[in-house]
Design a protein around this ligand. Structure first.
Ligand code: 9YT
Length: 132
């Protein structure tokens, strides 16, 4: 069994900072669960252009307010607590935070640990792992 506390993990290199967001990666590839699980904060007024070409992601909004724009259709879906979205088609999208948003995110395949977005808004399949 694996038990971790967010408040402890946030003090380790499981917490990754990037432009407009940070993410604490509670489960990673080396946990052998087949997915990774993160608690992500999207900062107020952030606009993230993302395209996870190598991963499937699902995201659940815990708090805050924003939207997700589906680039293929132009549809804009409001995001608020209780909303889940799943990028089942590796959907190119823009995530916007009107207010700071806390999100629970699952990635398949799991992240290694230190990934930040490349120029296309994707994560590479290989990245540095975190040490515990
Ligand atoms: C919702 C989203 O994709 N945010 C970017 C960070 C990502 N969730 C991560 O790496 O944990």
């Amino acid at each position: 069994m694996i038990v971790r506390k967010l408040q402890n993990a946030e003090k380790t290199d499981r917490k990754i900072f990037s432009k407009g967001w940070d993410s604490t990666r509670l489960l990673l590839k080396n946990d052998n669960m087949g997915f990774s699980f993160h608690i992500t904060t999207i900062y107020q007024d952030a606009e993230l252009h993302l395209h996870y070409q190598n991963h499937l992601e699902s995201v659940y909004c815990i708090s805050g307010k924003g939207s997700i724009e589906d680039i293929a259709t132009g549809e804009v879906h409001p995001i608020e607590p209780g909303v889940m979205y799943a990028l089942d088609q590796h959907d190119k999208h823009i995530l916007r935070a009107e207010q700071e948003m806390k999100m629970a995110c699952v990635f398949n395949p799991p992240l290694n640990g230190k990934e930040v977005h490349n120029a296309e808004g994707a994560y590479e399949l290989e990245a540095e792992t975190v040490s515990d």
